[in-house]
Design a protein around this ligand. Sequence first.
Ligand SMILES: CC(C)(COP(=O)(O)OP(=O)(O)OC[C@H]1O[C@@H](n2cnc3c(N)ncnc32)[C@H](O)[C@@H]1OP(=O)(O)O)[C@@H](O)C(=O)NCCC(=O)NCCS
Length: 140
Amino acid sequence: MSAETIIRGYDPSRDYSDVHYNLNEAGLFDPDRDTATLLQTYASSVLVAETDGTVVGNVYASEGIMPIIFHLAVRESHRGHGIGSLLLRAAEDQLKRQGHPDAELFVDVTGKNYEALIRFYADRGYRNGDTYKSMWRILP
Ligand SMILES: CC(C)(COP(=O)(O)OP(=O)(O)OC[C@H]1O[C@@H](n2cnc3c(N)ncnc32)[C@H](O)[C@@H]1OP(=O)(O)O)[C@@H](O)C(=O)NCCC(=O)NCCS
């Protein structure tokens, strides 16, 4: 399937509904972060996988000083054909082009497939970080 899949930049004029679908199906959709407006603003940080005219997967590779990869998601009907690996590699390539020597990502340890996900990333060269615990707040 990956032979028919192209990885390209996010196009705000036509890709939002597919990306919304992919994130929602994967349980990753965040109504505050994943708005059409924010995706348009940061379009160059979003990569998509297109198969037969449909965006079946996406990943964000954050611009700026922190090299973070997140929201990797492939539509369930298209999983297991290498598309997630292609997207991950493309996100890494983008960060490398921006001058970053490494990449960081976060795995939800409460997710039901979390062990498969850890294996997926470990098989692709990622190592456990054990120094930091994530913290967050809503901005006032
Ligand atoms: C993780 C994910 C993007 C992989 O996409 P994919 O196109 O199936 O990936 P590939 O075909 O390149 O690789 C398949 C591998 O993913 C593994 N995998 C990782 N997470 C998995 C999951 N939640 N369910 C099933 N398989 C998973 C498979 O075991 C398989 O391993 P293998 O290469 O050793 O055989 C996809 O499973 C997904 O969208 N999951 C839900 C969203 C998610 O959890 N994203 C990560 C956020 S940190």
